[in-house]
Ligand binder design. Structure first.
Ligand SMILES: Cc1cc2nc3c(=O)[nH]c(=O)nc-3n(C[C@H](O)[C@H](O)[C@H](O)COP(=O)(O)OP(=O)(O)OC[C@H]3O[C@@H](n4cnc5c(N)ncnc54)[C@H](O)[C@@H]3O)c2cc1C
Length: 275
């Protein structure tokens, strides 16, 4: 099978997508330089001869392949985790369901769910020219959280929920995240209350993290939140309620008031480090 894999340079998720593309057949890795222009880039990809077009299941990969699918009037399977013959498995309902499906269409169009494949060895990437059709371009990307380590890539995420109580009280969450070299996350209650920006939200309708450690402070553990947190290798829950559902997903738990427990952890870290 003649497979085209869209990759972005220096992007781990693209190399993961390439692994699955290589399982389908001989994969040609291509990228497009310049300002991101969804419609024009999709036209470029749609114009390539290929039996399958694959991309990472990132915001950009999913958007781009949705444009390709619309242009070619073909079905598109997002967030695929595995392919066996003509049957593919893909993540549905924010990660709470794995669906087996048959994808019909030519070319096959699919994106690969993040962190479900090992990264492929780097290959030579061919750069295609985008035909600028005057469609909207992304000229600048502004991070609302003002830089620092991104939620998606952070090795440690310290998150706060309703139990934190206010935007000011997030200072203790920020302090612990900084001491651990991590990023700050939160639940939807927190973004809805305006305590943190939406870019900090972990969950089904937020970011899906893949940290080594997720520290959930004052978060009950609703399924929509866990959908974004379960990619973490270890979960530490800090909650005053010993019956909180998050405890079922947690590897470690401290039952107590986060306003005492979180500063105590930070103080201990400072002591150990002599700072
Ligand atoms: C379609 C849909 C999509 C959604 N998407 C998301 C999503 O992406 N992300 C998300 O997070 N939610 C999402 N939600 C909302 C979700 O269902 C929950 O309402 C939300 O996650 C709850 O947030 P919370 O855990 O902060 O608050 P709560 O459920 O109110 O839990 C607060 C927790 O804090 C604990 N607590 C209180 N005070 C303290 C204290 N002093 N010390 C320690 N612990 C304390 C309590 O015991 C409790 O467990 C979605 C809902 C829907 C319907």
């Amino acid at each position: 099978m003649n497979v085209l894999c869209f990759v972005e340079r220096d992007d781990e998720l693209s190399l993961q997508a390439l692994t699955l593309a290589q399982q389908l057949g001989a994969a040609r890795a291509v990228t497009i330089d310049g300002a991101y222009q969804p419609s024009a880039w999709a036209a470029t990809l749609a114009g390539q001869a290929a039996d399958a077009i694959v991309a990472a299941g990132s915001d950009r990969g999913n958007e781009l392949l949705a444009h390709v699918a619309a242009r070619l009037d073909q079905p598109f399977a997002a967030n695929v985790t595995a392919i066996d013959g003509d049957t593919l498995t893909r993540i549905r309902w924010g990660g709470s369901l794995l669906e087996e499906a048959r994808l019909h269409g030519s070319p096959l169009l699919l994106t690969v769910a993040p962190h479900t494949q090992p990264a492929a060895a780097p290959v030579e990437i061919e750069t295609l020219a985008a035909a600028d059709d005057g469609s909207p371009k992304v000229l600048e990307t502004v991070s609302e959280s003002g830089g620092g380590v991104s939620l998606r890539d952070a090795k440690v995420v310290v998150s706060g929920g309703r139990g934190v109580g206010s935007s000011e009280a997030f200072a203790i969450i920020e302090e612990l995240a900084a001491l651990l070299g991590g990023a700050v996350g939160c639940s939807r209650v927190v973004t809805s209350a305006g305590w943190r920006p939406h870019t900090d939200q972990v969950g089904q309708t937020g970011t899906k993290i893949s940290a080594d450690l997720y520290v959930a402070c004052g978060i009950s553990g609703a399924t929509q939140h866990i959908a974004g947190a379960k990619g973490a290798k270890k979960i530490l829950a800090i909650n005053s309620d010993p019956e909180a559902p998050i405890l079922a997903a947690a590897d470690y738990a401290v039952i107590g008031d986060l306003h005492e427990v979180v500063p105590a952890i930070s103080a201990e870290l400072r002591k150990v480090r002599g700072s």
